[in-house]
Design a protein around this ligand. Structure first.
Ligand code: NAD
Ligand code: IPM
Ligand code: MN
Length: 355
């Protein structure tokens, strides 16, 4: 019997509410498909920061490294500046474990409603592949001459050849597995004149290895418009760290709700643990009300099982979500229902258990 060690970090806000539901459904899948999950819980959060001054201990990454995967809720809470909390916990894990692919599905689930008129599940079904370790999220820069009238801030965007090539290779390979074999690149080479033309150059270069993949590229501004007006054009979309971040909130919004959006921070070589977390944040506006949608967290759990090699269990979770929604099962307010977080988690655990 296989056993996987999972580091669980619920984090802040609704992460505390959605993570247990993710675990509930993972547990149902483990029972049904015959494997064990050994959970190791970590309380790392803004609350701990306010007592200790640290988002995670100095040896935090070494601790996590002992696990097969990390399952995370959300990080960030009012009172601790976001750049302190996120650069103290989430981003060091992505970088420290070289999780250079952030894979984020955008799919209109059967039974869910989109804000777009006349669109159905076959029109919205694509992946955003976000570069996750460099680009606009760099630590090169700073504030100069603070407090004077010469004060300025700068932050460099860094693209490395290795960094571009490896995420693009992943995106091309993913496109090869899809029936349409189509890959779109998000760029802005008209305005950002050093990094983005380089991005385009590496995209074209990598494409030479994949003659079977149809490619196109759009500047990020019009690409946002196309996500809304022509979501059916997209199959796999690759973008830099910031562009991928933006597109991966927009995509799920057109598919109904940010509350269903899942994300996998992957080190494809499996040299380090990968991390699975919903796309959304800690949602301070609804935290404590137990109305957060746990589907993004649960779907992230499915992505984790797929990464661990438990494909049948992962598929059972995704089809369980689809079945529950199309059969009119409980849904939270963001999807037009009245159910609570726990109601949805329990219904899905039940669906996965009998699938
Ligand atoms: P957010 O995703 O937390 O919330 C945005 C809006 O979406 C809110 O109105 C919220 O109620 C709603 N929402 C989010 N998740 C939902 C769910 N599961 N069900 C129903 N509604 C949901 O984004 P924000 O408000 O910009 O950020 C809040 C905090 O979270 C900040 O500290 C931010 O830095 C952090 N954040 C963390 C992550 C992460 O941990 N990966 C991601 C995004 C934001
Ligand atoms: C996400 C989040 C993070 C990001 C923030 C909270 C730093 O928005 O996971 O999409 O920008 O990567
Ligand atoms: Mn984001």
């Amino acid at each position: 019997r296989k056993k996987y060690r999972i580091a669980v970090i619920p984090g802040d806000g609704i992460g505390q509410e959605t993570t247990p539901e993710g675990l509930r459904v993972l547990d149902a899948a483990a029972r049904r498909f015959g494997f064990d999950l050994e959970l190791v819980h970590y309380d790392w959060s803004c609350e701990v920061y306010s007592r200790t001054g640290k988002m995670m201990p100095d040896d935090g990454l070494e601790q996590l490294r002992q696990s097969d995967s990390v399952f995370l809720g959300a990080v960030g809470w009012p009172g601790v500046p976001d750049h302190v909390s996120l650069w103290g916990l989430l981003i060091p894990i992505r970088r420290g474990f070289d999780q250079y692919v952030n894979l984020r599905p955008c799919k209109l689930l059967p039974g869910a409603t989109t804000p777009l008129a006349n669109r159905g599940p076959k029109d919205i079904d694509f992946y955003v592949v976000r570069e996750n370790t460099e680009g606009e999220y760099s630590s090169v820069g700073g504030r100069m001459f603070p407090g004077t009238d010469r004060e300025f801030v700068s932050q460099q965007s860094i693209l490395t050849r290795i960094g571009c090539d490896r995420v693009m290779k992943y995106a091309y390979e993913l496109a090869m597995t899809r029936p349409r074999r189509k890959l779109t690149s998000a760029t802005k080479s008209n305005g950002i004149t050093f990094t983005m033309p380089y991005w385009d150059e590496r995209f074209a270069e990598m494409g030479k290895n994949y003659p079977g993949v149809t490619t196109d590229q759009f500047h990020i501004d019009i690409l946002c418009a196309h996500f809304v007006q022509h979501p059916d054009w997209f199959d796999v979309v690759v973008g830099s760290n910031l562009f991928g971040d933006i597109l991966s909130d927009l995509g799920p919004a057109v598919a109904g709700s940010i509350g269903i959006a899942a994300s996998a921070n992957i080190n494809p070589e499996k040299a380090f643990p990968s991390m699975f977390e919903p796309v959304h944040g800690s949602a301070p506006d609804i935290a404590g009300k137990w109305i957060a949608n746990p589907i993004g967290q649960i779907w992230s759990g499915a992505m984790m099982l797929e990464h661990l090699g438990e494909k049948a269990a992962a598929d059972a979770i995704v089809s369980g979500i689809e079945r529950m929604l199309s059969e009119g099962g409980p849904r939270t307010r963001d999807m037009g229902g009245q159910a609570g977080t726990v109601d949805v988690g329990k219904a899905l655990a039940e669906a996965v258990g009998r699938a």
